[in-house]
Design a protein around this ligand. Sequence first.
Ligand SMILES: *[C@@H]1O[C@H](CO)[C@@H](O)[C@H](O)[C@H]1NC(C)=O
Ligand SMILES: *[C@@H]1O[C@H](CO)[C@@H](O)[C@H](O)[C@H]1NC(C)=O
Length: 211
Amino acid sequence: MGVAGALCAIVALLVPSHTPKQCLRDDGAAPWFCHDLDCPRYEVKQTLAEDVELRSYDAGLWVSTNVTGVKYDRAVSTGFMRLFGYISGANEEGVRIPMTAPVRVEMTPGQGPFCEDHFKVSFFVPLDQQDAPPTPTSADVYIDPAPAAAFYVMSYGGRTHEREIIDKATQLLGILDEQGLPYNFSSFFHAGYDSPFRIFNRHNEVWVRAE
Ligand SMILES: *[C@@H]1O[C@H](CO)[C@@H](O)[C@H](O)[C@H]1NC(C)=O
Ligand SMILES: *[C@@H]1O[C@H](CO)[C@@H](O)[C@H](O)[C@H]1NC(C)=O
């Protein structure tokens, strides 16, 4: 399949009428899968299945970059490298910024001019910089405030890839439909919590906005 719309085609099958998000930990204990990294705060509002919950995330700042016109893997690596540049010193203060979790990718099927999928890759701004994050020097990288929002979240382990992310989103929507829960699937998210070097206890999530 070409660049145009791998997600688009699949999502069109999945959701006949496209009715279709953010993040932070409760004070005290961060979830285990954040390990020693800062990650966004949330509260679990409801558990729908063993690996599915409704989370309510606090408002928070992310740093993001948009990538359109390439496939998922390219988009994620391009986005990651831009953001990695920002935390490595490509900011007006010229400072290094600690890595956080998760690396989050928002996928908007078929939003490009040729029905290309659109990706927004984001890092969470460290908790102690939430008030005043360093300004990115690259025009492609921007500080991205996320309002407080609720998401349905499905968790799973291992190393993941585009096909599996779409499968998990499909399963999640199935559960939501079954339970008659309203959601907004104009876009959806993958959140990955681990560097490529972690072998065990890897953690992934798929997020869909709750309505
Ligand atoms: C980046 O993408 C998001 C959707 O993923 C969109 O809302 C936003 O306007 C885009 N920003 C830029 C600068 O292109
Ligand atoms: C779904 O979410 C998107 C992105 O936040 C928003 O632009 C759109 O208006 C929402 N759709 C509905 C039906 O609420």
